[in-house]
Write a protein that binds this ligand. Structure first.
Ligand code: CA
Length: 512
């Protein structure tokens, strides 16, 4: 029996113990699930490039999981894992266009079946319609004036999408029945990083510090690292990603024009007033080489951080609403993202790789009256743990088939026995070869507290990182004789993890 199933009786025992405390009404659950928000753009996680006061406040009152990771750092798969508590190969959503096994148990279906009023508002990104929700409003469109698909048809909205999702979520919570669960699925800070008008001038007078690896040579890395199309230097599209003037050339340039076409005349005027003079100065500077890369980075990261400012304000608005509605004392608030993001790290934007910046994801949970304020947890946790956690919060036993384990003991300040000592990761999305694809090599791997072993199976290349001495992951130690005992140990444990999780997708490495 796999180790995580062996530990199930322990979880049941803890569940029984926690039921003793169940003398209050079942808590409400607000899951603020954002898109592409890296830990290192949150000041509670030590960001050196921005401040996030409302998220920090949630962490100060709640529990911050410092070693929080995903199992497959890409949008659709991460949502499928959130719902099912299963790694991608088991829930079917291995890539953005894969087939989600909608018949599987999900935390939403189970909460709904157990009397919770349930809603999802915002980004959905699964091929099947929402299932397990009494209400849903799924965003269609971009950052401005988006439409929302609802059970009653298509509804329009005005303004910035973060504000629209926040507004609709608060409106639903105003009219909800108790107990309730709402998945607030923010679509920021996903590409194209279009900030709200009120944030367009933030950071403009600053120079944001560059990451140490902005000019990574990819020396020692798999051959796919230097050919992936996600560089700050070459793969940000002028009109689409960098808010430069539309020239009419190329598919993403036309997409840039489509975004401008969604603006009202007033929004367009404010947008042009902000970017027009900056773009003229850029054209006059005629930058080349590293200077152009540095400019691209500043333009990209400032817009990214402006979008984060909108998310942070939204957290404040939601918590203010809960307080004013008298719901704050019995409502759990979770802040997490579908995965992290490269903020110029390794010279990249985007995600997908098992490297720390994308693999890590923020996870902050505030359970009023249950957690000690400012708790920090160093255990290895993963997005497979969220569904079992939400079920235990609602005093429902987890589905034994879920890969994850409930985090409730950690939230209560307990140390559950036999907690996992290693995480499994598998990215296997295949994109068509085109200029607009990122073309990240498929890989799986294992991460312990101190080391990470990755296997790029198409090129049969391995990478080993010593995370204590090399947290930026620039020194591949796989062939270093000093590390061979660790390589052997991690290869064995990786094979065991694939067996435990029954992942037979992607080739085995034992025969090589
Ligand atoms: Ca994402």
């Amino acid at each position: 029996m796999p180790p995580f199933f062996k530990s199930f009786p322990t979880v049941v025992g803890l569940l029984a113990a926690t039921l003793v405390f169940a003398d209050t009404a079942r808590p409400n659950l607000v899951v603020i699930f954002v898109d592409d928000h890296a830990q290192h753009a949150i000041s509670a996680y030590g960001s050196t490039i921005n401040r996030t006061p409302h998220i920090d406040q949630l962490a100060a009152e709640g529990v911050r999981f410092n070693q929080s990771f995903v199992g497959n750092a890409i949008c659709g798969p991460s949502r499928a894992t959130l719902l099912t508590g299963l790694h991608s190969h088991a829930n079917g959503q291995t890539g953005n266009r894969s087939r989600f096994r909608d018949e599987l148990p999900t935390f939403a279906k189970t909460l709904q079946a157990n009397g919770y009023d349930t809603a999802v508002i915002g980004k959905w990104h699964l091929p099947t319609p929402p299932n397990g929700f009494d209400h849903w409003a799924i965003k269609r469109g971009g950052y401005y004036n988006s439409a929302f698909e609802t059970p009653n048809g298509r509804e329009s909205s005005s303004g910035h999408v973060t504000d629209a999702i926040t507004r609709q979520s608060i409106d639903w919570m105003t009219h909800r029945k108790n107990p309730f669960m709402i998945w607030i699925s923010q679509s920021a800070v996903h590409r194209v990083w279009a900030p709200a008008l009120r944030h367009l001038d933030h950071y403009e007078q600053q120079t944001i510090p560059e990451p140490e690896t902005l000019f990574d040579s990819y020396s020692g890395k798999n051959t796919g690292a230097s050919t992936a199309q996600m560089t700050i230097a070459r793969d940000l599209f002028p009109a689409y990603d960098l808010m430069l003037p539309v020239t009419g050339e190329g598919i993403l340039d036309r997409a840039g024009q489509r975004m401008l076409d969604t603006f009202t005349p007033e929004q367009r005027a404010r947008w042009d007033a902000a970017f027009g003079p900056r773009n003229r100065a850029f054209a006059e500077a005629d930058l080349r080489g590293d200077a152009l890369t540095r400019w691209n980075y500043q333009r990209y990261i400032k817009n990214y951080l402006r979008c984060v400012d909108g998310l942070d304000e939204s957290v404040g608005e939601i918590r203010d609403f809960l307080k004013n509605a008298g719901l704050d004392r019995n409502t759990i608030v979770v802040y997490t993202s579908d995965q992290g993001f490269f903020l110029g790290d390794h010279g990249w934007y985007d995600k997908r790789w098992m490297y720390e910046e994308a693999f890590r994801t923020p996870l902050i949970i505030h359970w009023p009256g249950v957690n000690s304020p400012g708790t920090q947890v160093e255990a290895l946790v993963q997005n497979i743990d969220l569904a079992p956690t939400f079920l235990e919060m609602a005093q429902i036993h987890s589905h034994a088939t879920m890969h994850g384990r409930s985090l409730v003991p950690w939230i209560r300040g307990q140390r559950p026995e036999h907690w996992r000592e290693a995480l499994y990761y598998h990215y296997q999305m295949i994109e068509p070869a085109s200029r607009t694809s990122h073309l990240v090599a498929r890989h799986y791997g294992i991460r312990t507290q101190y080391h990470k072993l990755i296997y790029f199976y198409d090129s049969k290349e391995w990478e080993l990182y010593d995370l204590l001495s090399d947290p930026r992951e620039v020194l591949n130690q796989y062939k270093n004789p000093l590390y061979q005992p660790i390589v052997r140990d991690l290869r064995t444990r990786l094979a065991q993890l694939r067996e435990d999780y029954q992942d037979d997708t992607g080739p085995s490495f034992r025969s090589e």
